[in-house]
Design a protein around this ligand. Structure first.
Ligand code: 5RP
Length: 228
């Protein structure tokens, strides 16, 4: 099989999984490669259970034979393997939510002992927000008001649509994709987004101490935040 950087990253992260672990199951094309590899290990006898970050990852987990569980049964996940849209190389701050699953992804990441992010090199950026807008999950009622409030703090908020109309998240909400131009995507901006009425969650994953498995053309590099 030809070398695939995304698959290489996913496989390296799956190597960290041990018998008896509760796993957070990420969403997206890289995370699903991890699910496929986990499924193979489950078939060979690995005992794990997974908490999915989306209905899509739940469906993939079922397809690959990974037993599912929930936070009703387990307070935390030992390890979560998830993808990223952008990873800032210095800080390892991350933008997620390209697949619209950011709320459950953040809940699962925050309740995980280790958060392993899998990505290829195209996701690495010098400055967060260079390529991607920040997805902001909002309550459908009055979303226009919420969008106006986000614009007041500097965002160009655009409703994410699909063919049939606004994209509806697994939680029944909408997504506003927000670009903040020259504004620094830091804690202070994240707090301002959090304070907007109607916002449920945003796709800035800041200071969360991820271990980032980056698939390259030749192998996998693991990035960790200094001072962890
Ligand atoms: C979904 C996500 C994904 O993890 C992110 O979009 C990366 O996906 P991919 O591995 O397909 O590039 O945040 O909400």
């Amino acid at each position: 099989m030809a070398h695939d950087p995304k698959r290489a990253a996913a496989l390296a992260a799956v190597d960290q999984v041990q018998d008896g672990m509760i796993l957070g199951l990420g969403t997206g094309s890289t995370a699903v490669l991890a699910l496929e590899a986990l499924g193979e290990r489950v078939r060979k006898g690995l005992k794990i259970a997974g908490i999915p970050t989306s209905e899509r990852s739940a469906a993939s987990a079922r397809e690959y034979g990974i037993p599912l569980t929930s936070f009703a049964e387990h307070a935390r996940a030992d390890v979560t393997i998830d993808g990223a849209d952008e990873v800032e190389t210095g800080s390892l701050n991350i933008i997620k939510g390209g697949g619209g699953a950011l709320l459950r992804e953040k809940i699962v990441a925050c309740a995980s002992t280790r958060w392993l992010v899998v990505a290829d090199e195209s996701k690495l950026v010098g400055v967060l927000g260079s390529k991607w807008a920040i997805p902001v999950e909002v309550v459908p009622f009055g979303w226009e008001v919420t969008a106006r409030s986000l614009r007041e703090i500097g965002a160009s908020a655009v409703l994410r649509n699909e063919a049939a109309g606004p994209l509806i998240t697994d939680n029944g909400n909408y997504i506003l994709d927000c670009r903040f131009g020259p504004l620094k995507l830091d804690r202070s901006l994240a707090s301002k987004i959090d304070a907007v009425v109607g916002v449920v969650e945003h796709g800035l994953f800041l200071e969360m101490a991820p271990e980032v498995y980056v698939g390259t053309s030749t192998g996998v590099t693991v990035l960790e935040r200094s001072g962890r």
